[in-house]
Design a protein around this ligand. Sequence first.
Ligand code: ADP
Length: 812
Amino acid sequence: MKRIKIEFPVTILTAIVVLGVTFSGYLVYQSLSQIVDSIHREARPDFKLLQIKDIAADLTEVESTVRLYSVTRDEKYFHPYKQINQSIQKKLTNLEDYAQTSEEQKMQIDSIRQLTNAKLAVWKEILVLHHAREDAHESFTDLYTKIDSARTEPDTILVEVEAPEKKRGLLKRIFGGKKKDPEIIEQIQVQPVDSNTIDKDSIKQEIAQIENRIRTTNQTISVQEKALLEENIILSELLKTLITKLETDERKKLLEKTQEADRLAAITYKRLALFTLGSVTLLLLVLFLFYRYLNRSRIHQNLLHKAKTDAEKLARAKEVFVATVSHEMRTPINAIYGLTEQLIKKTDNNKRKKDLEIIYTSTEHLISLVDDTLDFSKIESQKLKLAKDDFSLSKLLTEVIVLNKGKAKSKNLRLKLDTDGLEPIVLRGDAFRLKQILINLVNNAIKFTDQGSVTLKVSAKENKWRKIWVSIQVIDTGIGISKENHSLIFDDFVQLETDLTRKQGGAGLGLAIVKKLIDVQKGKISIDSELSKGTTISLEIPYDIGDPSKIKQAKQETLTIPDHFSSLSILIVDDEEFNRYLLRSILEKWNINVAECSNGQQAVDLYKKEHFDLVFMDIRMPVLNGLEAAKQIVQQNNAAKIIALTATNKPDDIEKCKQAGMQQFLPKPFTEKELLASLSEASAPQHTQDELRKKEEAKAQIDLSELKRMANGNISFVNEMLEIFIRSSDSGLSEMKKNIALKNWDMVREYAHKMAAPAKHIKALNLYSKIKEIEHEARLGENEQEIIKLSTEIEYEVKTTNRYLKSILEDQ
Ligand code: ADP
């Protein structure tokens, strides 16, 4: 829930930040691109204006060429004039291309063109005028020619008769190039005129006429030229004004563009500032939310951590409580259990024996239940390991019925076992747990039924995977359970509010344990019940098919008591009278001399006065506890043999006992067989002691604690592992030796590799290191002597270890 809460605003804010950044980025980009665009445009030259200025410069050149030509009459100035003229026309045409679409610009271009053309026309006119002046001077030339020819050629002269000249227009005469030589069509012989015959007066007259004509022409030309030059000045002024205007316009535009760029830059700065401010604000907001979330989650984490620590403390307290209660229960149960065992053995009356056996089995079950209570946390955390025993279903059902018969009878209820159609089958699985489940359910059924019957209905079916599903119904005609409570009753510590429940007591754990036990066995449980009509609890559990030959028979073992027991004197130290009584009655039966103390201080005092071969020492005692008492006894006699009577077998407690100087531990409740084994070991004569020492030696080389931890208390698993180790190490060793003889090093290495892991599991470290050495040597395959030496050492280690392991197995 919390996750969704923080993710939502962070997502929204991030989306806003991203949108804001994108939008601002877009705006900034737009402004920047506009600025760049305007810079580009500014950087571009105004070709139109340049062209116009170029045309103006060309016009000035036209002016100078015409002037030069007029003055020098040199043809070389006339050609540039024509070229410039053409170039101006071209530029005028180009100017139209640069023209923008605006009307004002079109008009400006038109005016420029008109003015230029007008100027060109003026200069053309001036040129024509100059030609006219030239023509006037040609009249003198003709006259002089006539006079010269009359003086120099007195004989007949050939007169060439020219073809009549076609009349040429004014422009043709200006632009048509040189005047062609006249076409000579006839040569006539004429008599020269005598120079004296030339009429001086007519010449004078002609000269006067010519001068007159030239003067008149010059005057006219000058007037015209003046007019033209004035017109040119006006046109030049106009052109200049137009160009100035264009330049002013251009400057104005430039100014506008600069202002526009400034404006855009200002907008961009504003946008950038806004963008930065917005981004920073939003980021700060996201950071704030993030840190707030971190802070909160840290607070939550601390709370969770505290809750976890509290829960762990509570769980530990629960464990300690359960352990203490179980320990307190163990003491009286131990007494009942042991005494019943003794009574069964002593009594010859069959009827009484049967009753005592029921007490014995019930006590046995009670002990298991105490263990169960201890194991409850294990069941909860699914650490419970299930046994795989072969058992007869019908025998187990009969035991359940027998156990509950008395109770049913006392309430006048019929307790029935309905196994119609059930074959006598052997199952493989945890028989103890099934019995525990059924005792619980039948117990409840009897508890909550006042009249009628309790039926245990059982059937079994094999499925295609060779699993036998056992279906059991515990049917009663009791008070029933209302529908709304059906789902509750399998919860921990649930007791329904009924008068009967209050009367019956209980912890509300029975059905919870049943449900958990069925769950770990992958079974199912359901309830069908109606108030006042009765309850049916149905369960189904899958089992493997069992082997009838492997069913463990409860055998009454006859114990062999060693002869030297009769010479022993033993001190029992226990504050619990039941325990002392139980132990004393067993030891006395074995002809052992027994003394008793009820606390540690008494034991220390008595030990000072009397000699004892062995002391059985309880741990928790008033005045002086077992640990302190043991220490003081060992101080008196460091060869003192003390066996601790412990209610727990926790490694911590065992370590404390060891430190106090106690050599052995006998967990309560113990069987007669266990007591015998413990006493035999502690009181063994010297030669047996030597064997024990050897065992100890071997024991020192290995450590089974890890294997036991893995087995989680399952002794049969440990034994199976030990048997496998003995078998595999023996066969591995013989195979290794065979391959050494054949010098087949690869196979030697392979067998060594196979033997290494099991040796490591039981922590046979000497053996393990030798195996690793031989594996290494076999890989090299160079040093045969070393391999043979190592194999001999391995053989010794395997034999010593296996001897010890076998002794462990035999002892059980
Ligand atoms: P307890 O050990 O206290 O009996 P259980 O877990 O076995 O607790 O049962 C829980 C509650 O379920 C009981 O207190 C009782 O009210 C109800 N209940 C269990 N079995 C039956 C039954 N066969 N008929 C009626 N009520 C039952």
